[in-house]
Design a binder for this molecule. Structure first.
Ligand SMILES: N[C@@H](CCC(=O)N[C@@H](CS)C(=O)NCC(=O)O)C(=O)O
Length: 208
């Protein structure tokens, strides 16, 4: 395995997807703190690595990868953990990854950003994202009241990708007690060996 460097900031929900994956997969890596609140994602040096000027970014030898779920797919292939074992299994995982980006994560992450004052919007826009988040949680709960995991009856990168939005849901004003299937699944993930909270998997300073 080439040298892996993870560029992130602990405030970032998409970065938590990658931090959690690295921890659960037990992939050795260096951590580079990017000063997200101070504009560190927009410096020419950082944008040479991360073309959209976002965290997270993962360096694997000469390769820089952006977009958290693209990074998760790369890490699953690299580590041989939590990916699909056949084209059908990979398709089942990708269905959840794309659904999350389309229907769940925007509602959860934007609602959190509005509550924290990181993003500002008109009340109707705030309400739109709140309703999207509730609708997404209801779909997730419907599945998780009948299944332990999202895809292939085992922990996969689909669970790892969707967990951070749920972790931050209460910061966004969502009441998870309304979603017992989601709450039980969240507790299952938190009991996994290697699990860490954002500040544990993305420290406050860079480290080799
Ligand atoms: N879809 C991207 C979203 C990444 C993203 O929006 N990152 C935010 C932090 S949560 C960021 O870097 N914002 C800084 C900026 O836009 O300058 C992913 O999943 O990686």
């Amino acid at each position: 395995m080439s040298k892996i460097t993870f560029y992130a900031h602990s405030r970032s929900g998409p970065s938590y997807r990658v931090g959690l994956a690295l921890a659960l997969m037990q992939v050795p890596h260096s951590f580079e703190l990017v000063d997200l609140p101070g504009g560190g994602t927009r410096t020419p040096e950082y944008m040479a690595k991360s073309r959209f000027g976002n965290v997270p970014c993962l360096q694997d030898g000469e390769l820089y990868i952006v977009q958290s779920t693209a990074i998760l797919e790369h890490l699953a292939a690299l580590s041989g953990k939590f990916g699909g074992a056949s084209p059908a299994e990979c398709a089942r995982i990708r269905e959840w990854l794309y659904w999350d980006f389309d229907r769940l994560a925007p509602g959860l992450f934007r609602s959190r950003a509005f509550k924290q004052g990181i993003r500002k919007a008109e009340p109707a826009v705030v309400e739109f994202y709140r309703a999207e988040g509730e609708a997404g949680l209801a779909v997730l709960d419907n599945w998780l009241t009948k299944h332990q995991w999202l895809a292939n009856d085992r922990l996969t990168i689909a669970d790892i990708s969707i967990y951070p939005g749920v972790y931050y849901a209460e910061d966004g004003g969502f009441d998870l007690s309304k979603y017992p299937g989601v709450s039980a699944w969240k507790a299952r993930i938190e009991a996994l060996p290697g699990y860490g909270k954002p500040a544990e998997v993305m420290p406050a300073a860079s480290r080799a």
